[in-house]
Write a protein that binds this ligand. Structure first.
Ligand code: ADP
Ligand code: F6P
Length: 468
């Protein structure tokens, strides 16, 4: 943004972050908020409201936050139901997270997804100038470039997938697999989080779309050529580190220690999503208390899990399960002066999160499947060099490709996670420091700035006229 004095960046995503407060729970809004902080441009997307189908106008509302203008539109009720809750979150989200058992296929969902993308394109074209770079984010908007091309938009358009891309055998189970891939080829650059996501995509294109690898990062199919590469998303590590070390954070950590009588804290922070492995981690914590009773009354698990997509059945089920489990563990092991599991079901400000991360001896990041997982990076960035905590990280989080010095676990192996907790709680200062030094270096190297600069460099390298 303010890309090179000539081009302007137009970012498009379903969810637009609150640039004022940045309290949003969700990696996309947090990453884009960090990336756009020091730049100028336009961020287009849903304002979070729903209007009746033939009622209010869908015209974008423009709001200025320093150098970034957000342009937001409401969703029609039918689009909310079929595009957002339906195809995006009951078809693509579970399928791309390897949960075919949770995918629900209905004609209204795919039709609604196509129609909503067309409506979004109708509004977006009013704001796009010929020299703009357009950067589209995430699984809600896979057909958007094709819709824009249909409206004679010849700009360079990039796409970044924040979630995993599954192996062909899983992707093929989606009845619309061929259409989804063909429509992706209307972009000029397609970005993935990890090499395994990229490899899954390449395999599908080669084996099922008659495509071929043209060069190291160029794929040809459907008579078009695109750049397909990894661009692992990062955080504003410096900013987060400073937030965790501010005088206010010191105060918060002091109060936390007083309240918890200096007991060790394990922290988990995740949207209440079935991909995050929340019940499994609670069971692993219970096992910690059973196998290693010295942790009774000396360790607590703090789980912050804000609500998300609550109108989708699978999310209602996971909430019930989590609440049941935390109640059971507290009933079984808790005492008047000790609560083993503290579970908070709401959003928390970013400075409080930073302080909580720093004040916790262990960061527990054990999703069953995750595109990247920014919480892992935030936990590392918040630690103090002198006395850092230990990150336990699922091998199925995209972050594990880079953050190898964490204690890497298989989240399906409950005892493995339990043993990693025990190891983390008892790790020597020397080993903690050594691991943290390496992790912090990696988090700083591949930060939010690196992510968006490398993506935009790739997008700018494409010729403004579409590569054919
Ligand atoms: P996802 O994108 O699947 O939600 P990530 O871990 O990549 O997962 O990103 C989640 C982001 O949302 C992180 O920046 C995290 O700090 C933030 N977040 C998660 N839970 C909360 C919460 N309760 N309050 C505020 N921010 C949260
Ligand atoms: O990063 C994954 C992601 O799905 C984002 O695309 C999304 O904005 C975020 O999680 C939160 O989900 P939602 O926008 O459905 O509330």
């Amino acid at each position: 943004m303010g890309c090179d004095g000539v081009t302007r960046l137009v970012v498009v995503s379903n969810r637009v972050g609150d640039l004022d407060k940045m309290e949003a729970a969700g990696g996309l809004a947090v990453a884009l908020g960090a990336a756009l902080k020091d730049t100028t441009g336009l961020w287009f997307g849903w304002d979070g409201t729903v209007v009746e189908n033939n009622g209010d106008s869908l015209a974008p509302k423009l709001t200025r936050f320093n150098s970034v203008t957000t342009a937001t539109i409401p969703l029609r009720r039918s689009d909310y139901k079929n595009y957002y809750l339906g195809y995006s979150n009951r078809v693509i989200w579970p399928t791309f997270h390897y949960r075919l058992d949770l995918a629900t296929h209905r004609a209204a969902f795919i039709d609604g997804y196509k129609q909503a993308n067309a409506r979004i394109a109708d509004q977006l074209v009013k704001l796009v100038s010929p020299r703009d770079l357009v950067w589209v984010h995430d699984y809600h908007l896979i057909p958007l470039a094709a819709e824009l091309r249909r409206r004679n938009i010849d700009n360079r358009i990039g796409f970044f997938l924040h979630i995993p891309f599954p192996p062909p055998d899983i992707f093929l189970a989606n009845p619309d697999h061929a259409w989804l891939i063909e429509t992706l080829f209307s972009f000029d650059v397609i970005g993935f989080q990890t090499t395994s996501d990229l490899e899954n995509f390449r395999r599908y294109v080669r084996e099922h779309a008659k495509g071929r690898l043209e060069s190291e990062d160029r794929l040809c199919a459907f008579g078009r050529s695109v750049i397909a590469r990894t661009f692992p998303v990062g955080i504003d590590a410096d900013f987060f580190h400073h937030m965790a070390h501010s005088p206010e954070a010191h105060g918060q950590i002091r109060r936390l220690r007083q309240r918890t009588l200096n007991r060790k804290q394990i922290i988990g922070v995740d949207r209440l999503d079935y991909t995050k492995g929340l019940p499994d981690r609670l069971r692993a914590f219970r096992r910690l208390l059973e196998l290693y009773p010295e942790n009774i009354k000396t360790v607590s698990l703090n789980q912050i899990a804000p609500p998300t997509r609550e109108e989708v059945t699978a999310y209602v089920a996971i909430r019930k399960e989590l609440e049941g489990l935390s109640g059971e563990i507290n009933g079984e092991f808790g005492d008047f002066d000790w609560t083993p599991v503290r579970y908070i079901h709401r959003a928390v400000s970013r400075d409080t999160l930073a302080a909580l991360f720093r004040g916790s001896a262990v960061g527990l990041v054990v999703p069953l499947r995750d595109g990247m997982n920014l919480v892992a990076k935030e936990y590392v960035a918040a630690q103090s060099e002198a006395d850092p905590g230990v990150l336990i990280l699922s091998r199925f989080a995209g972050a594990a490709e880079d953050l190898q010095e964490a204690l890497i676990v298989n989240p399906y192996d409950r005892d493995g996670v339990t043993n990693a907790m025990q190891r983390a709680l008892n790790m020597s200062l020397e080993e903690r420091r050594e691991r943290h030094r390496a992790l912090f270096k990696r988090v700083c190297k591949r930060d939010a700035k690196h992510w968006y600069e490398s993506f935009l460099a790739a997008l700018k390298s494409c010729s403004p006229k579409r590569a054919a």
